[in-house]
Design a protein. Structure first.
Length: 139
């Protein structure tokens, strides 16, 4: 089975139209003719995931999130209990015009109880570490 066969099977079985104009669902290395030895699925395509896939003999990785984020995003720490997040999407291959989304993340626990909670950023995993790994390293 080739990578192209895998993608064709995915296209056939998903229940939404496939967008050929996106930069997200593309081959980042290899191509449709590459023979597949095994498939890894993941939320984020980090260096750790690539190493684990190679060690397991898997040469196709299907991440939920795009491998390369090329839209603008930023966050502002407003207070110890609030972060404002904003992302602007401008890819002309995908969108008819640029647009911006904004979200506010806040603690639901206040006062002394809040001292035992941390608000962790999920938008970008610096150093290719996921949230569970970051929390493990903190402990």
């Amino acid at each position: 089975m080739t990578a192209g066969d895998v993608v064709d099977r995915i296209k056939k079985n998903i229940e939404v139209p496939w967008r050929d104009t996106t930069y997200r669902d593309t081959y980042k290395a290899g191509g449709p003719e590459t023979p597949v030895t095994g498939i890894a699925t993941t939320m984020f395509n980090s260096f750790d995931v690539i190493q684990l896939a190679v060690a397991a003999g898997l040469n196709m990785i299907l991440p939920h999130e795009t491998t390369f984020w090329n839209d603008r995003d930023e966050f502002t720490v407003v207070s110890a209990d609030r972060i404002d997040y904003q992302a602007t999407f401008e890819d002309a291959k995908v969108y008819t015009r640029p647009f911006t989304m904004a979200l506010t993340f806040g603690r639901t626990v206040k006062g002394d109880d809040a001292k035992s909670f941390e608000l962790l950023e999920e938008a970008c995993h610096e150093g290719d570490r996921d949230t569970q790994e970051m929390q493990r390293q903190i402990k």
